[in-house]
Design a protein around this ligand. Sequence first.
Ligand code: GLU
Length: 596
Amino acid sequence: MRRPALGLLARPSFVCTRCRANYSSVARNKKTNLPDFPARTRFAPSPTGYLHLGSLRTALFNYLLARKTGGQFLLRIEDTDQKRTIPGAEQRLYEDLKWAGLHWDEGPTVGGPYGPYRQSERTAIYRSHAHDLINGGHAYRCFCSTDRLDAFARHRSQAGLPPGYDRKCADISAEESEDRASKGESHIVRLKVNGYPMFNDLVYGKTGQNRSPNKLDLIDRVYDDPILLKSDGHPTYHLANVVDDHLMQITHVIRGTEWMPSTPLHVALYNAFQWTPPRFGHVPLLVDPSGQKLSKRNADIDLTFFKDKQGIFPATLVNFAALLGWSHTQKSDVFSLKDLEDIFTLKITRGNTVVAFEKLWFLQKAHAQRFASSGGPSFDQMVTTVSQVVETTYSPEQLAPILQSRPIHQYVTPLLQADAKSFTKPEDFVARNATFFTTALARPPYTPAAAAAGPVVPMTALHTAAAALSLVPEPHWSVETHRFNISSYDGSAALADPEAESATPPPPQDEKARVAADKAFKKELYHYLRWALSASAPGPGIPETMAILGRDESVRRLREARDLTREFADAGAGAQKVKGAIKEGDVSWMGSLAPR
Ligand code: GLU
């Protein structure tokens, strides 16, 4: 199973799939940093916590690298630290990854040719590999008692020396070591390292410690000699991680920079086994806008928060996570998972990545619009969630006169289509569009839009226009009809001064004035209609609002608004220069739509 160490050998003409990773520094596109062969990547979480933003991004980058190159994405559970394992965390990891759409090709629940994919089930494999290292002289058993090691560490710390091990057990003969171990004497296994190699990181370039011993080391020489097997016979993270990545034929390891200090040790282990390491790419730390590492206190919270509390779509969160440290050359930042699979590269920025949550809400709105215009299961889900929120917010008695006989989801569907651009979370959407769910509108007193400047529009003209819009019969009651009627309503005529020569069309040089008058009228009309139909709340456009509410409720609101402003119309003579040009009941402007 061992791969030969290829070192600086020239590249042969044929390279089998398994060995391609050995040449990955050569076989990659300089611009994208992508390998020119199918990458095998893995996400290797420890079930000591739940998936959070940072780990979702790690999983995503590994997933995308595999998908983009036509390779495989593996899931491996690194549960070597049984004491810190949280019951149920593993199950939650599966659920959260599936929720995000990151399906694994090999791993727990799906199996695969290199299983088992849970480290707690692979202890025998690690032990046998540790023994291989002992036999090859790269590792040794250490029988030092905890007391000795503690005292040694204390002494070094008090003397201001860096920690390390004095290799007391390194020279025990192979026979003695075997003998003591077979008699059950407690021991650990240490890797024998004399300095760590540099490695070429996909993100950070050549990196590593490459530290030569300092003067103090020479007087009181100690070694790192990290532990591979613990006294209970279980592996440390380092041994298990390296053995598994090799046996599972991982070609690329994308992980957080917090693992970067461990990588030289991992490379040393690969060297000791005479295996070629995979390519490593360390993705930068996530920080908040003040530069603090994201933590539980400042939003590096597990996915439940986003998915259950905030109602964020999986597509939104995945899109958001993808943009954390990855740079692309596309025009827009809005990507579905499928888009990301197509365009992913390993262009990952160095240095800390600032997480700005405004972007999350921008993306949420963009994905809401995407779903609303394409329909499908994600949109159906939005409709269902919003309908549920409506039904828990409003009583059946409140909803009955609004819905009439329409099922709630049928009512909510066009509302979501019309106002998806503002969709953040279901509760906020329902609150923003509250006027769609009750007949009791709390309208503030009407104040004209053009109060400060511009032509004054008489209230009677607004009443007339609203009444005319109400005349559309039920079968024609649609967004298109209302949009057409409002746009073809001649506002300049409504503003025309009957005292002046308005019976004849304005001369051509007055066209500019006519357009300006029409614009001023329409502005006031929209303002009035929004106040009348939705108490001035922001939301869908007027034609959409009328179509969603339906004819009965729209007409009722327009009449109610007229009654509320009747006084304004009667008494506002001072503000009214002219009367409306369209008489109530005059439906000739509606052409073929006019009721007969
Ligand atoms: N088990 C490690 C973790 O919990 C994985 C580190 C790696 O990807 O190598 O993040």
